[in-house]
Design a protein around this ligand. Structure first.
Ligand SMILES: Cc1cc2nc3c(=O)[nH]c(=O)nc-3n(C[C@H](O)[C@H](O)[C@H](O)COP(=O)(O)OP(=O)(O)OC[C@H]3O[C@@H](n4cnc5c(N)ncnc54)[C@H](O)[C@@H]3O)c2cc1C
Length: 475
């Protein structure tokens, strides 16, 4: 067959490197094309949490009973069945295999770093020692051990498409036509592209100039544009993961200290403030105005120190200690924190229903005194009363874009699907470039890396098989 490679993989993050490795190991000649000066993408910047059930790490921690079936049920239930079941099934079934594959490559996942990273009752969030950088480095090493051609600083913006049947036959790179049996799109999400955020993720852009993206700056949504060139359907509109922020600085804020009291504009608490970020942004977005206020008093402000619970995360730079006395003082002076001498005045200034705020705080203070959060079950030892003026209110919005999950529709083999529901010959996609795998609700820390690894591997193998099939049909 007259082609340069059996498989071309576009984008060298977690999904792309996994695809390249599997395509190679399935016997294909492979090129991996990456726009950045190094491989890794957002995968290398990530926390490195991997979501899976039925793993050796769970068993090492004494968790014997967890299964892919249980993960699938949880996935579907949390997403109210508004996610493609066949893809959720594959993700649940293959997640453990993907984790063991990373472990074989030398990535360490310890029992100590295994935790409940969503709202599941069993620990499935596997934290990699060395975070996402360690996962990316291990994959990069495996790529370099193989005969895979890697092109860095090379951005693919055009596919070659056969006129008669719409099959994808390669890519165009700087006017050079590179022919392939199959192409795999793994360019990550579109968080770094404001136009695409407006078009595909309006829930994020509703927060105006608060919005910023924490991932790789090359994640411009090229995979969606490339997929559309070949007629791929774009699905999973308005999906991704937002993280809440007080917008003090453009710094990541995943967790807040337990002394914070969240109230909505109706003056009511609505959530356990320590709930996992997987569900928190959705809950906050559902409040009037898509935001809420964090309330505290002067005693708490003066005592606010970095939470020892998150010491490792602060040290890793994954979380910024915003909720400490000097920062709070500074932000009050800067006008980003509303302050008043009474709760009624505070409510009026912030646009919160005053009487309701007073009764919410009275109830909260009584719960602090009795040592139990009677309505939201927050860890009582973390609670502090709101009694001593001046009082403070900080607006909180889910405005940090962590990842996007609107993208190319794929089937169980990671082959791209067009708007008529037909598989597009020669085109595969995986990871954040795809839509339909991740639902409206992030199921827990690790959901997206598992998606990248599981479907990256499948896409690589499927692409190699399709290239081989083309060979046989042409011979
Ligand atoms: C700070 C942070 C923490 C996170 N923590 C976690 C976590 O702990 N667990 C979890 O599950 N998820 C986490 N995520 C999300 C997760 O990291 C990503 O969703 C996932 O790694 C995406 O993998 P990917 O391979 O699809 O894309 P990426 O890893 O982003 O790779 C895409 C690659 O494609 C390249 N590219 C883009 N366009 C082109 C083009 N036209 N031509 C060639 N190359 C191109 C990019 O440069 C990039 O290298 C986190 C994200 C961030 C930003």
């Amino acid at each position: 067959m007259d082609r340069d490679y059996d498989v071309i993989v576009v984008g060298g993050g977690g999904a792309g490197m996994s695809a390249a490795i599997e395509a190679h190991d399935a016997g294909a000649s492979v090129a991996l094309i990456e726009t950045d000066s190094r491989l890794g993408g957002s995968t290398a910047l990530s926390g490195g949490v991997y979501y899976a059930s039925g793993t050796s790490v769970q068993r090492a921690k004494g968790i014997e009973a967890d299964t892919p079936d249980a993960m699938f049920e949880y996935y579907m239930t949390l997403n109210q069945y508004r996610v493609e079941p066949s893809l959720a099934r594959v993700l649940s079934d293959k997640a453990a295999g993907g984790l063991e594959w990373l472990i074989e490559m030398g990535v360490e996942f310890t029992a100590e770093n295994l935790y409940s990273s969503g709202v599941e009752s069993v620990a499935r969030g596997h934290g990699a020692t060395g975070n996402g950088a360690a996962i990316a480095a291990a994959l990069d090493q495996e790529v370099s051990k193989r005969n895979i051609d890697v092109a860095l600083n090379a951005r693919v913006q055009q596919l070659q498409i056969k006129r008669d049947n719409g099959a994808v036959t390669g890519v165009i790179l700087d006017d050079a036509k590179i022919q392939a049996g199959a192409v795999v799109l793994t360019t990550g999400g579109f968080g770094a592209n404001p136009n695409f955020l407006h078009r595909y993720y309006p829930e994020a852009t509703a927060h105006g100039d608060w919005v910023w993206y924490i991932g790789n700056p090359n994640c411009l949504g090229d995979g969606l544009s490339l997929g559309e060139q070949a007629g791929a359907e774009i699905v999973g509109h308005n999906r991704g993961l937002l993280l809440t922020t007080p917008n003090f600085k453009k710094e990541l804020e995943v967790y807040v200290p337990g002394w914070i009291v969240y109230v909505n504009r109706e003056g009511r608490r609505f959530v356990n403030e320590l709930a996992e970020y997987a569900v928190m942004s959705g809950v906050v977005n559902a409040q009037t105005g898509g935001s809420c206020f964090a309330i505290f008093d002067e005693v708490t402000r003066m005592e606010a120190k970095p939470d020892p619970l998150y010491a490792d995360l602060f040290a890793s730079g994954m979380v910024s200690p915003n909720w400490v006395s000097n920062v709070l003082e500074e932000q009050t002076r800067a006008g980003k924190i509303i302050t008043a001498d009474s709760l009624l005045q505070l409510a009026e200034k912030a646009g919160i229903k005053p009487g309701a705020l007073q009764s919410t705080v009275d109830k909260y203070n009584a719960d602090c005194d009795s040592g139990s959060d009677s309505m939201f079950f927050k860890t009582a030892s973390e609670m502090k009363p709101v009694r001593t003026p001046p009082f403070y209110a900080v607006e909180i919005r889910p405005a940090i874009v962590c990842l996007t999950s609107t993208g190319v529709r794929i089937d169980k083999r990671a082959q791209a699907i067009d708007s008529n529901g037909m598989a597009i010959e020669g085109l595969f996609a995986a990871g954040e470039t795809t839509g339909g795998v991740l639902g409206e609700r992030y199921i827990g820390g690790g959901n997206s890396i598992t998606n990248a690894i599981v479907f990256g591997r499948i896409a690589g193998e499927s692409a190699a098989i399709q290239a081989q099939e083309l060979d046989s049909s042409n011979s």
